[in-house]
Design a protein around this ligand. Sequence first.
Ligand code: UDP
Length: 491
Amino acid sequence: MGSEIPQLHIFFFPFMAHGHMIPLVDMSKLFGTRGIKISIITTPANAPLLSNTIQRSNDLGIEMDLKIINFPVEAGLPEGCENFDTVTNGGTKRGMFVIFLKATTMLQDPLEQLLRECKPDCLVADMFFPWATDAAAKFGIPRLVFHGTGFFSLCTTACMKMYEPQKQVSSDSEPFVVPGVPGDIKLTRNQLPDMMKSNEENGFTKMLKDSEESELKCFGVVVNSFYELEPTYADYYRNVLGRKAWHVGPVSLCNGNLKDKASRGKQASIDENECLKWLNSKKPNSVVYICFGSIANFNSDQLMELAMGLEASGQDFIWVVRRDKKDENGNEEDWLPEGFEKRMEGKGLIIRGWAPQVLIVEHESVGGMVTHCGWNSILEGVAAGVPMVTWPVAAEQFYNEKLVTHVLKIGVSVGVQQWVILVGDFVKRDAIEKAVKEVMVGDKAEEMRSRVKAVGEMARRAVEKEGSSHFDLNVLIDELRLSHNLTKQTS
Ligand code: UDP
């Protein structure tokens, strides 16, 4: 580093859920490759999830370390329950979700202690930590927000909030157009979170309100997306909604080697070489990959229905199920049709637990994916050029579905009607069979595949030198350096 350009030190503080930790850690690596010193903040039970990534980044010459702060025991959660994964595994535990969110607010003091000790130049913190803006302000450093979603859903969320079109329809199933946001986006009240159907205030709605306010006061928003994917919405977010934002994704593309791709988030439940061997034995575009992210947790009836839909579709598949062979009470699994695995031998692979998702979707034999429309999964599918069956469950996933099916036309909807946290709305086997066939075989599948392959190419170019995301990251780093210099001059 030349003496005239001081090295910046940035703190990254992801919300403790895989869908937030994985992309923010990838993003921190991107900053690290530009000579910036990186510290990732997390709690003791989450530290082992990150230590290998940090070691591999250090081996590549990236200056990165982990700062550990204790998860508040006074929050009343079971010991070691420090990640959304443990909160949501094993069924709907809504009470725990609220306690978990409340517990994270107690992390402000230990964060401030760290800021005092280490004096970093910037804090990139998750939208679930609205108090991080004030914490950063106390130490005179900029705070960037990370939402974990793309421009389209950020714009839709903002317009829904501004215009409240759901209040103008007379039934939960009557479609309405979201005013403001371009593209004639239609939704129903059924597809919205419960909190948007009532005026009830609770801990979660308060956190969202605080998050919005803190975003308006912070340095800006760093987005895991690329301009070419959603140019209208990137422009709308910045120029019409007036938000300061930089797009630096798809961040998953920073994982160049097999180990990095195979071990994002958690240790995979299948050896990566075994998985590749299975995929290598298949023809190009012949396998459908089915996964619902790290939070959704379907009940046994839905898994059984999915198994039957898949079998009827006749397609080869890899199916990721968040279940062990035995349930928590030691009972054998009750969610597979009689003799299913025997019949599917060689044709279908069930991964119980955690899959090396990026490694799988990037394989040439994967010709389609069934996704819950978590933003990371969509972006990973897009970057790999894979058309999608959209099966949203909760969060902002119904918005993301519209981007895939209506705007980009790179997927088909399985037809979910209702937002239901964790367990999802029930989808029948015929709908599953039809949607899987539609995305895998026939003219429509080919059209969607060639469209998404073209967008995937754009994704790769975006992160290369001179690409749009590469460029925006440079702009952001320049602005942070400027802010750093101004602070130093005035202090
Ligand atoms: N993921 C994975 N293996 C799994 C399940 C999920 O690697 O078995 C990764 C996936 O690649 C993505 C993240 O976990 O990066 C899930 O994020 P997403 O936004 O898709 O969904 P969420 O888990 O937040 O609902």
